[in-house]
Design a protein around this ligand. Sequence first.
Ligand SMILES: Cc1ncc(COP(=O)(O)O)c(C=O)c1O
Length: 385
Amino acid sequence: MLAERNVDVPPSEIRKIFNKIIGRTDIFDMTVGIPDFDTPQHIKDAAKQAIDDGYTKYTHNAGYIETREALAKKLKRDNNIKADPETELICTAGGMGALVTAHLVLLNPGDEVIYPDPGFVSHFAHIKLAEGIPVPIQLKKELGFGLTAEDVASKITPKTKMLVLNSPNNPTGGVISNKELKQIAEVCIENDIYVIADEAYEQFRYVEEEPLFIGSLPGMKERTVSIFSFSKTYAMTGWRIAVATGSSKLIGAMTKLQEHIIAMPTTIAQKAAEAAAIGPQDCVVDMLKTFRKRRDLITRGLNSIDGVDLQPPGGAFYVFPDVSAFGIKSYDLVHQILKETSVATIHGTAFGKFGEGFLRLCYAVSTERIEEALSRLDSYLPKIL
Ligand SMILES: Cc1ncc(COP(=O)(O)O)c(C=O)c1O
């Protein structure tokens, strides 16, 4: 009965674990990437005001023009990307809404797409949904899970249409260095390859280098869709709002498609994003300070456990420790740890085949929860080494 694409698009392995523990209060949940902070007050106030002011009707398919103007200011300020709010950016239903429409407007059946592995679970699913051919590129622990231009070039064939980038990366926390990013851009230009830059963790960086965004590099605007989600930066995962920017041709095609899928993201979320984009940014700075402390805490704690090896991640809010020393498949290890310690983690293979031998732990949770999880892991893991 169901169309073949249902078979091709795999379910999320993360959700399988998450659903298993849902409602259980005895679990130390380190699974899903949901910041534990509340959405900042001024953003919530803007949303309430929007309802009272009657911002409750259909809008342009790309979003309110004043919202797009605010988002264009954010792109200029934070990402060094100049975008015409009339034609070069679109409000979408979360990063996910932008990712799926970008894949659908760019890919023809049989086009090859290079994407990071380990990587965000939906990247593979979106390529399959658009009938592309997924070509995984391994993010290596020895390189801090960054990506080199040489690695990208080695995967290019005459059928390569697109490259998906996600730096800082989910699940590894790896960050691509600015030098490599510039070289990757050159490889894309030379080989006429498009880029989807999934910038979901744009603000979550613990490296010294100034952030650089591939969509801001010369010659890249016309071949890049840069996607900036509000979910993680402003603790707005439930609001479903993001902005995508690129050439007017690409954004025009995404806007046309969005009309037929969701019409536009919720008006209230648009107005909240507008306030987030142009309002005070100290809430982001404060959250990041906390995330940096948690990253240090969990990295130190995991490295002190026999058999666990972890380089401090350069970004995002996940750690991806190497647990291959235990000699147990990461899927089995996750279930064993859950049963014996009540700490819920995700197996590396949920993020692609190159995730074998690793676990993902999300540290967007309280310091107390991190400390308790570490203590439980420390009392259990050495026993099975
Ligand atoms: C790398 C990456 N991209 C995109 C998303 C989707 O985020 P949203 O649709 O909430 O913006 C996530 C969520 O975890 C993610 O980790």
